[in-house]
Design a protein around this ligand. Structure first.
Ligand SMILES: [Zn+2]
Length: 91
């Protein structure tokens, strides 16, 4: 049984998904509400552990992915993306 996932560090949602792309070692956690997503590069256990660990590296990676994801889906502007990074204390 995998470790329970903590709520999304960015929007607080508990509507999360732990899934993998193709291989057994490319699991990632994503938030269905704000679309933030980990880099898909982990085992299932490692993806859950890193999501819950909230390391700066993990948060930065997820934040950047989230912004790129939003931009590619016609989401927030660059200014809104920078506001998100400031809110998270990353810039
Ligand atoms: Zn979220």
């Amino acid at each position: 049984m995998s470790e329970a996932l903590k709520s999304c560090p960015f929007c607080g949602s508990e509507d999360l998904e732990l899934d993998n792309l193709v291989d057994a070692d490319d699991f990632y956690v994503s938030c269905r509400k704000c679309q933030v997503q980990q880099i898909a590069n982990y085992t299932k256990e490692e993806a859950a552990r890193r999501w819950n660990a909230r390391s700066l590296e993990t948060e930065m990676g997820m934040m950047l992915l989230s912004i790129f994801s939003h931009v590619s889906h016609g989401g927030p502007t660059r200014e809104e993306g920078e506001a998100l990074l400031k809110k998270a204390g990353l810039i």
